[in-house]
Each structure stands twice: as C-alpha cells, then as structure tokens.
Design a protein around this ligand. Structure first.
Ligand SMILES: *[C@@H]1O[C@H](CO)[C@@H](O)[C@H](O)[C@H]1NC(C)=O
Ligand SMILES: *[C@@H]1O[C@H](CO)[C@@H](O)[C@H](O)[C@H]1NC(C)=O
Length: 488
C-alpha cells in the first residue's frame, strides 16, 4: 500500500507518521530476556478515512513535482486546481485531526481516573531525527521562518535543501550552515518544536502531538510538559560544541525548579534516546540524582540502523520519486545526524556484512567508512568522525532509572545488495518480523544487556506489531508509561 512516508522524512528514521500502522494478524512470540515483562501484541485496526486523506495528499504533492529524475524542471502544472485541492485536504485532515485530539484528551482523562490521579511528575520530551522543528533566518532578513518542516517547500522548492544542507570541515571537525543562514530549534522549552513536524499538516506529521494531548487529559499544564527540540542535522558531538547540551541541562533544571523541586521524567523517541544518554553520561552522579526521576527511551537505535546506509549511498525516496532521490542523498551525505545512525559495533559484530557491492565486494560494520569515502569523501570523513562517539562512558548506559520501550514484529531491512552499482536502488535483505520496520531488533533490544543496579531500576518493555513511528500513537504504550513512571 502507498504511504506518504515515501514523501519526505524518510531519508530518515522518521518520527513522522506518514507511516501507517502495520496490521499484524498473527501474534508473534519473541524470545526475550527473562527479566522482561511478556511482550504485548498490539493489533491496530485500519483507518480508511486516514488512508483516503493520505492518498489525497500524495496526489496533491505529485502536482508540484516539477522535477524530472535528473533534476531538470517540468512544465508548471495547474496551480488553481492545486490550490483548491489543498484547501479541501486541509479541511478534511484538520477535521480528522481535531477528532483525534479530543479522543486523546479523553483517554488521558480516563487514565487519570483509573490510576487515581497520576502524579504529575514534570516531563521533558526529546524527539528523534527529523522530528524537531527548526527555524531559519537569512543574515540579510529580519524574520525567522520555519525551515523544517513545511511539506510544500520540501517537496516543491529546489532551494530548501540548498539552504538546509550543512557543510563539514574535516580538519576542524565542525559543521557549518550554508552561507548567510542561521538555523535554530523551534520553540525550545515549549512543545511546538516537538508536537508535529508541520503544523499545517498535523494529521500526517505527528511526533509527540498525540502524547501531549493525552497528557493534557491527565491534567498536565504547560510548565509540566516541555520540549527539547535540537538540530538533528548535526551529530551528538556537535550538540555539545554548539551549546545545545547546556541549554538542555538548563531546561531540566528550570523544569525541576518550576515544579516545586520535583525530579524530571525524560521521554525520548528514536535518536533522542542517544542524545539523552550522551547527555546523562556527561553529568555528575549528584546532578543526575537531584534532577532525574526516570528516563523513558522509546525505540532508540542503540547500535544504529542499516536503513541509514541507503540514505547515504544511493538516496532513499522509497519508490515514489516525489522528492528526487539525489536530493535526499546529497542532504544525507552532509548530515552528521543521519550518518551517526549507521550501524556500529556497540551491538553488531564488526564483521557483519551490511553492503554487497559490484564485483561481490563486501562491506561490514567495520569498514563502512571505506565505502562512504568512495561514494563521497565528505560522507566518509563525517562517518570517521561520528562512528566512535567521544562521549561513551565505560558503562554506556543512562545511569538513571530507565524504562526502555520498543516495538518489534515488523519486517526490517538488515543489509543491501548494490551489485548493480552504487547509484542504483539496492536490493534489500530483510529480517522477517525482527525489528520495528526501521530499526532491527538487535539494536532496539540492546538495553536488555544492561542490568539494574542497587541504585537504579531498569525496566524493559517490548510491544509487538507496531512500527517505529507508530509507537508514538499507541494508547497502550502511553498507559504503560503512566502506570510505571507517573504513578507513584
Ligand atoms: C493559492 O491561494 C491563495 C489564497 O487562497 C493565494 O494567496 C495563493 O497565491 C495561491 N497560490 C497559488 C500558487 O496560486
Ligand atoms: C571489510 O571487512 C570485512 C570483514 O569485516 C571483509 O570481509 C571485507 O573484505 C572488507 N571489505 C573491504 C572492501 O575491505
């Protein structure tokens, strides 16, 4: 079935939910750590109304597909018709979104009663790659505008990626913005940078939006639920260098103070879990004890995800070509954020083959830099820089109370066959039902290798039958968090 995931954000480990929930009819049993609660299978029912609107959006965006595969421009299409369809789509999708918002709030209310007034521990939300809103300003202009994301610009405007691609200097190991432009997280500390990727198309771009509505139903007010959007184009190291990590620390401290010195719950999705772990590892034990109640990483790719290899090597627009693949590929090759998600040897065997190239040449986790350097020396240099994160402690775990949640039971790509050439779409090797459709099971489940200490509780929870981004819409997952973290 068609999916808008194809459209954009899936250069990526997108937290956007163009991705529709997958229907898994047969429950899957997975062998798990004996400590872990028995995995819970979630069966999602199809939503024909959503699917119809998704189709409509796809049709609409194909209208502005002014580009041929080689990047040359086609004739402009019928603009008036486009505008009319856009208005209709907006009305219909806002309407469905509105009903979903109400449902999430009511559900939160119900849960608040069920768990007799869940304690409102303050919460900070940390999104995954592509899922933070970013604003930009040209040096010559005075106003900031939302550069990430505005679907129309992404799909239709050639200039977006030109302004959006960072550049990397292999000597200084620094990333720079394109000449003449500043880029910052949108609404840091508020929730507008972490709720929907595109506020105009909320229905298709949920990040923490649904969860925030649910928390509103639980009785949360704005000082109790905060957002920590970050410049996900950059690798974690650069978030230390550019001062973001200090702002993150300050946000947590302020949230603690503004809530009567209550310790804070950190809830992350996908790459946000790696960012948060790196942060926690650099703080002192005294700081962590004072400020952090619990860390809830959802769907973190602890050891990377092979999917990101395709982003860099051949580009990925998932068969649709609405955004030319070369454009996404060029972006991925400049992005330390994307490249740091290449599988690493934290969990994977370093000799695990992830790419088979022309002439049966093989690349494993240990020599993927060689492959990247061949397709693009800068991508190789970035990979060299990000593959050994400087901030790993010997333990390399969060060092606070942790509730590690992930989903599995979905077919997930594990390696690529590029024997037809690196500029061609590869054949994919799939891991049947082992992973969340984006991140393989081994990488998600590696928190199973951590153990509780006398001091810190570690709880692991696996759900089955839900995709990587769809976890952020699952009521059962929200309830699990309420039951295990927010209720005392
Ligand atoms: C679409 O309609 C809006 C007003 O409804 C107008 O401002 C805009 O210029 C139109 N866009 C195009 C591309 O014609
Ligand atoms: C990459 O490393 C693997 C073993 O980890 C080896 O089999 C393979 O030949 C190496 N490939 C290249 C191109 O060096």
């Amino acid at each position: 079935m068609k999916s808008l995931s194809l459209l954009l954000l899936c250069i990526l480990l997108c937290a956007s939910t163009f991705v529709h929930a997958v229907n898994i009819n047969t429950p899957i049993s997975i062998k798990t750590d004996p400590d872990m609660d028995y995995p819970e299978t979630i069966v999602t029912s199809p939503n024909p109304e959503f699917e119809q609107l998704e189709e409509m959006a796809l049709g609409l965006f194909s209208f502005c597909d002014r580009y041929n595969r080689d990047g040359t421009e086609k004739n402009t299409k019928n603009v008036a018709f486009f505008n009319e369809t856009l208005t209709l789509l907006k009305q219909k999708s806002d309407n469905l979104q509105w009903r979903q918002d109400i449902d999430a709030i009511l559900l939160g209310k119900e849960m608040n009663e069920k768990y007799t007034n869940a304690v409102k521990k303050p919460v900070v939300l940390i999104p995954g790659i592509t899922a933070s809103g970013l604003v930009a300003k040209f040096d010559i202009a005075s106003n900031w505008f939302k550069i990430w994301a505005n679907m129309w610009d992404i799909v239709c405007q050639d200039s977006l990626f030109k302004n959006f691609e960072p550049s990397f200097d292999p000597n200084t190991k620094k990333f720079k913005n394109a000449e003449g432009i500043n880029i910052l997280p949108h609404d840091f500390g508020g929730v507008e940078g972490v709720d929907y990727i595109d506020q105009t198309f909320k229905l298709f771009t949920n990040v923490f939006g649904k969860m925030i509505n649910y928390f509103t139903g639980l009785g949360y007010k704005s000082h109790q639920i905060r957002g920590a959007p970050y410049d996900w184009r950059l690798p974690i190291q650069s978030l230390f260098d550019n001062g973001w990590m200090s702002k993150f620390q300050q946000l947590i401290e302020d949230t603690y103070t503004n809530n009567g010195n209550q310790r804070v719950v950190l809830i992350s999705h996908s790459m946000g879990g790696l960012v948060t772990t790196a942060f926690l590892n650099t703080m002192t034990e005294a700081w962590r004890d004072q400020y952090i109640d619990t860390f809830v990483p959802m769907s973190a790719p602890w050891s990377g995800a092979p999917k990101s290899i395709e982003n860099v090597v051949s580009g990925e627009s998932m068969g649709w070509g609405i955004i030319p693949k070369w454009r996404l590929r060029n972006f991925a090759r400049t992005s330390g954020g994307v490249i740091q998600l290449i599988p690493n040897d934290y969990v994977y065997d370093q000799n695990k083959i992830v790419v088979v190239g022309p002439g049966n040449e093989r690349f494993s986790v240990s020599n993927i830099t060689t492959l990247f350097s061949r397709v693009d020396p800068i991508a190789g240099a970035i990979h060299e820089f990000v593959k050994h994160p400087a901030i790993r402690t010997p333990e390399n775990k969060p060092l606070v109370n942790t509730l590690c949640i992930y989903t599995t039971g979905v077919d997930t790509v594990s390696a690529f066959d590029y024997s037809m050439g690196y500029d061609r779409s590869p054949r994919q090797y799939m891991n049947a039902k082992k992973g969340d459709g984006t991140v393989p099971f081994e990488s998600l489940a590696s928190c199973n290798s951590w153990s509780s200490s006398d001091k810190h509780r570690l709880v692991k929870k696996e759900f089955s039958g839900v995709e990587h981004a769809a976890i952020l819409k699952e009521a059962k997952v929200f309830e699990y968090i309420v039951k295990n973290v927010l209720k005392q």
